[in-house]
Design a protein around this ligand. Structure first.
Ligand code: GTP
Length: 213
């Protein structure tokens, strides 16, 4: 099974902890208990076609004064969810800072989702869907609207991003195979030479190994 690290980032109060809770336990809490220590992780398996992915989902700290602890947790994440609250203009304005932070502290992220949360508070909405979509497009991310009270909307995010991740990996694998095939076709002798070199090296290595033991 493939294990993938997923992180949620965004301002304090946008609903990161609630989104994770809804997705992993189908629960929602009204209370806002500020996350002050990143490093809490939850797990959930998701099926994409024939493949099963184990998502290792990390919560992070939104509050500015505690934010420095996020640094080490952002590392190695392959999927990132940048969350804003659609009823809070500041949380939307800060997306670019979160994105920059992500880029500065993580060079392994492959798939990004921009999440407009609290869609149940539709009447208080201050950010239009189009604005969110445009921002997501500008950083080559997928866009989702969620309510942490509604399981389906939350599951669609994790499933959509996991699917995109698998598609990207499959595409890269196919491209590698095609390039390899092209190399064989264009330079069969060179390819044969390289292969023989590899085989000879392996033979030498096994002799070296047998000498050691
Ligand atoms: P920090 O831990 O401080 O970074 O905040 P957070 O982003 O983890 O926010 P949290 O999940 O604790 O949610 C903050 C508040 O928003 C809580 O009172 C939640 O009940 C509320 N909340 C979260 N998501 C939603 C939502 O989709 N709709 C509504 N109406 N409230 C939400």
């Amino acid at each position: 099974m493939i294990s993938i690290k997923v992180i949620l980032i965004g301002d304090s109060g946008v609903g990161k902890t609630c989104l994770i809770q809804q997705y992993t336990s189908k629960e929602f809490t009204e209370e806002h208990i500020t996350t002050i220590a990143a490093g809490d992780k939850s797990f959930k398996e998701v099926k994409v076609g024939e493949k099963t992915l184990k998502l290792e989902i990390w919560d992070t700290v939104g509050q500015e004064k505690f934010k420095s602890v996020n640094k080490i947790y952002m590392n190695q994440a392959k999927i990132a969810l940048i969350v804003y609250d659609m009823t809070d203009q500041n949380s939307f304005n800060n997306l670019k800072n979160w994105y920059q932070e992500l880029k500065d502290k993580n060079d392994s992220v492959e798939i990004i989702g921009v999440i407009a949360n609290k869609s149940d508070l539709y009447e208080d909405k201050v950010i239009d869907k189009e604005e969110g979509e445009n921002y997501a497009k500008s950083i080559n991310a997928l866009f989702f609207e969620t309510s942490a009270m509604d399981y389906e909307s939350v599951a669609a995010v994790f499933e959509g991003l996991a699917k995109k991740y698998v598609e990207k990996k499959d595409k890269e694998d196919r491209k590698r195979e095609e390039d390899e095939q092209k190399k064989i076709k264009l330079e069969p002798s060179k390819h044969k030479e390289e292969k023989e070199k590899d085989q000879n090296y392996e033979k030498g290595a096994s002799i070296r190994r047998s000498n050691i033991f």
